[in-house]
Design a protein around this ligand. Structure first.
Ligand code: T1G
Length: 648
């Protein structure tokens, strides 16, 4: 029985049991309606508790039913039935109550949650809006400002924040179901407090409308966030029935649209990425302690992510000054989450209490996993792994964070190379979700499975890649930049390429990104490779010319742009350098329109993606899309170059 009705005197507990996440499937929806009817016709029942078995309250509509004709009762009707119930209904929430699950709870007459419960309306992440009353009921309970943030951002709030804004009535102390029954008993005989009948608390309309405009701007072409926010705004202007009708129409429209198709594809792709052919039945090993060598920018970011995930961590630097600087860097990254209100003082103290910083690599002896994040130099890393092989246990996993070195060559320095793997984090490592898990020729299935489990526990997205220069991500991005540079020679200017790719949905264009990172790093790499470069290979000199002119990016005050008091400005001097490069090759420049720029870059990405698949470096076309979306800002609501090309 996915929905059962259990009587406890005057309290009827409607229990949903639909593993793994109690998704609101047809059976669940029909079961709730049937249980409500039964409870409302039994004179012995005075109040109802809606609860879930397993690890979470309803985590949303059943995504597996999307794209199929809706089967009654649809979720809005189930919510209407809850709200219309003669007996008060109390929702008892635990785990991650999301989407349609939270909408069910909003339609109840009271709400109680476990202390560690989280709630959210992530529909916009699927290109949708809450489609079962969330945009209309949430403002009535939590207030307009909170409701607009939740429906448009898709983020979660915890139980403390939920009780503070009025989304829930109380937090359960001890057993949730018992606390819910006790709470429910206090409501017997009282008229149900119907959410739809509550007025929207007063709010600052001017500020809210300005916020909605900002949401639209930030969405950079995605429809759902602004649409959801404006529907929440309507809750203050029209009666519930009218607002629900407008919400339903918008939901049906978005569900049929290309952006939701793309985002639902991305959702499924993320789960596919964790299903690795050859690892079926391979259990990951337990990792109880982690070590990191190097606490520079990357090492500190990785350290913060490890501490945030609850592991004890030993960080080793080469001398006392570097160790102190690294410890401070780690502390500051974690403390920033406190100052931004995301975690409490206690949480910061607890995380930092698990950190040990040392200059002695012997401190890593008992670690189950050691990640190196030292200077990306072959000799430095080779010597380090030889040393670590002597220090840690033979079965301890050794991982390299290298971006461009060859992990197969590094593996040669590792005793028991089957335990060696790449964990390529993206900067800033405590924020960026993507980690490329690099499978070398000798990485064992158990090591690969353990690495993926570590990445998942870090709350990040692991994508397996084989070994090639730049792995999947930087190989793709090199192709992207190569095509952009060719278009500069043909007639485009950097700011035109950036504008075209930002119009496509990237947060920043490639040249603005390059100025942020600095031009010198890739310049040094090009100079190292110059001696072995294939002269027949087309080569664009523009970046070299900028570097030779001292234009090394934002940090130098000038790169592809000039920077005046921190403001990025188009610089005519750059156009002169670009035009001179075209003249050197006797290229007659021509205008390159934005749609041509977008089309050619998409084609370059897809062509490189096909090559990565052909070489076996990427295992799935959808993995390529995930890397671009989560590592390089490719707009998720477009699905990715392989999705756009119908290659998935
Ligand atoms: N429907 C069906 N199956 C789901 C599901 C869902 N909503 N969510 C997860 N699963 C499956 C998932 O495919 C996997 O199955 C297993 O559960 C574990 O998932 C009208 C229309 C809940 C936070 O967007 O965010 O409600 O692959 O590996 O990392 O307004 O799943 O193992 O067979 O992700 O612990 C809104 C999406 C829907 C929530 C758990 N809800 N899910 O994370 O496990 S739209 C969502 C998640 C909506 C209404 C609209 C996460 C999770 P399998 P997992 P996890």
């Amino acid at each position: 029985m996915v929905v059962s009705l259990n009587r406890d005197g005057p309290v009827a507990v409607v229990l949903i049991d639909n593993p793994p996440v109690n998704a609101a499937s047809h059976a669940v929806r029909a079961g709730i309606v049937a249980a409500l009817n039964e409870a409302n016709t039994d004179p012995a029942i005075g109040v109802i508790v809606l609860a879930c078995a397993g690890r979470t309250f309803v985590a949303g509509a059943d995504i597996k039913e999307f794209g199929k004709p809706p089967v009654a009762p649809i979720l809005p009707d189930v919510c209407a039935a809850l709200e219309a119930s003669i007996r008060p209904v109390v929702a008892a929430m635990h785990g991650t109550t999301l989407g349609g699950g939270l909408e069910l709870a909003l339609a109840c007459h009271a709400r109680i949650a476990a202390r560690d419960a989280q709630m959210g309306l992530p529909e916009v992440k699927l290109g949708l809006i809450p489609g079962a009353g969330g945009t209309q009921r949430l403002p009535r309970l939590a207030g307009m400002e909170t409701a607009i943030e939740m429906v448009s951002g898709g983020g979660r709030i915890d139980a403390q924040a939920a009780v503070a804004c009025g989304l829930i009535d109380r937090i359960a102390e001890g057993d949730l179901l018992e606390a819910a029954r006790d709470f429910a008993r206090t409501l017997i005989g009282s008229p149900p407090r119907r959410t739809g009948e509550q007025p929207v608390p007063t709010f600052d309309a001017v500020a809210v409308d300005a916020r909605i405009a900002a949401i639209d701007k930030k969405a950079r072409g995605q429809i759902a966030p602004g649409r959801a926010a404006r529907l929440a705004r309507r809750a203050a202007e029209v009666p519930l029935a009218e607002g629900l009708a407008e919400e339903r129409a918008a939901f049906v429209e978005l569900l049929a649209g290309p952006q939701s198709a793309a985002l639902r594809y991305v959702f499924a792709a993320e789960r596919d990425a964790a299903r690795i052919v050859g690892l079926e039945g391979v259990a990951p090993r337990e990792v109880t302690s982690v070590g990191i060598v190097g606490a520079g920018l990357m090492g500190a970011g990785i350290a913060a992510a490890v501490l945030n995930a609850g592991w004890p961590l030993t960080v080793v630097e080469h001398d006392a000054a570097a160790a102190e600087a690294g410890g401070t860097r780690i502390h500051d990254l974690i403390d920033k989450a406190r100052t931004s209100g995301r975690i409490s003082d206690d949480a910061v103290a607890a995380r930092l209490s698990r950190l040990a910083v040392s200059t002695d690599r012997a401190a890593l002896t008992d670690c189950d996993l050691v990640i190196e994040a030292v200077f990306d130099d072959q000799d430095v890393k080779t010597a380090l792994f030889a040393d670590l092989s002597r220090i840690v246990r033979p079965d301890a996993i050794l991982a390299t964070n290298t971006s461009y070195l060859d992990p197969d060559r590094l593996a040669e320095a590792v005793a028991h190379p089957e335990r060696f793997v790449g964990l390529h984090f993206f900067s800033p490592a405590h924020i960026m979700r993507l980690v490329e898990v690099v499978e070398t020729a000798t990485t064992s299935p158990g090591t690969l499975a353990t690495a993926m489990a570590v990445v998942k526990r870090l709350g990040k997205l692991g994508v397996v890649t084989g070994v090639c220069e730049g792995f999947i991500g930087n190989r793709l991005y090199t192709a992207y930049r190569r095509e952009a540079d060719v278009m500069l020679e043909e007639g485009a200017l950097p700011h035109e390429v950036d504008a075209a790719m930002e119009a496509f949905g990237f947060p920043m264009g490639p040249y603005a990104v390059n100025d942020m990172a600095g031009l010198d790093i890739s310049w040094a790499r090009r100079k190292r490779a110059a001696a072995t470069r294939d002269p027949a290979e087309p080569y664009v000199v523009i970046a070299d010319r900028l570097c030779q002119a001292g234009r090394l990016g934002r940090k130098a005050g000038a790169g592809y742009y000039r920077y005046v008091e921190g403001r990025r400005e188009v610089d005519p001097a750059v156009a002169a350098i670009v035009e001179a490069a075209s003249a050197e090759k006797e290229i007659t420049r021509r205008p390159v329109a934005a749609d041509e720029i977008q089309r050619r870059i998409l084609t370059a990405l897809r062509t490189e993606g096909e090559a990565l698949l052909g070489e076996g470096v990427a295992r799935r076309a959808s993995d390529i899309d995930l890397v671009l979306i989560n590592g390089y800002g490719f707009p998720a609501w477009r699905g990715g170059p392989m999705f756009v090309a119908g290659r998935t």
